[in-house]
Ligand binder design. Sequence first.
Ligand SMILES: [Fe+2]
Length: 304
Amino acid sequence: MNIYVDSKMSDDDRRKELYQGALFVNSPRPSALKLCRLAQDLIEEAFSPLDPVTVHQNLPAEKCAEILAVLKPKFIHHPNAKEYLSKMLAELGCDLEKTYFDVPRMRTAFPGDYLKSGIAYAFHPHRDTWYSAPFCQINWWMPIYKLEAENCMAIHPRYWNQPVRNGSGQYNYHKWNLESRLNAAKHVKTDTRVQPHPEEPIELEPQVRLVSEVGGVYLFSAAQMHSTVPNTTTATRYSIDFRTVHLADVSEQTGAPNIDSACTGTTMGDYLRGTDFSHLPKEALALYLDGTESQYVASPLAGN
Ligand SMILES: [Fe+2]
């Protein structure tokens, strides 16, 4: 596995490398730090007067879940988040006219057994391409507070070209979204939605754990096998991740090879152009539609 640190490679060449399994690590840039600062401000306001990194020691898990249920969407939809994110992409060599991103997510990984499901789901080993992500999707990941090797994220390089039996054949992104809306409308507490898991034992070693500074970001293909590292520290890990696609690769239908994903549907409708936050052109999006997007549409009566 090639790991590039602060590479000066062009974005076109970088994407080609990513589609062959490479990782890219970048030191903090001004807009990445602004995005982290925004996240820190929102986190600290939400948990005030508690220290967010040790909140698990002072707050019942249910109360914490309630706070996260407000905090996480607030960050995702904050008007400054998209602005900082697009500037961050430009600072790292992306052409904003052709690069599309989805809104940044805030993730948490608490120590021990505290809050391991729902709003703070600890991700089992998976490829994002099992979840209807396109093969040209690139994942971006960075820590909001100081990161440790014992509370970060792991990449499992042996599975780059080793297929794994998995449940992606049961997964459809549009169905997932519909079920999420129906669940939310019915205030359902137990999550019955099925996520694609490996269906055979996974060798977690060897694994790569990239431990960057706050605002240091790393990039990997959506086809990489990755997982949440069980947090054995005393500190909660807060991180930001988001995804990008490049219009040329979308149109040419290039990207990482598909070795074991069988899901249907596509996340292609989610990405927003770096310049004006518009969606992908219809003709580009159409290449990825398989008909399931019209099969799973919320009924106008849903939630009544
Ligand atoms: Fe993932």
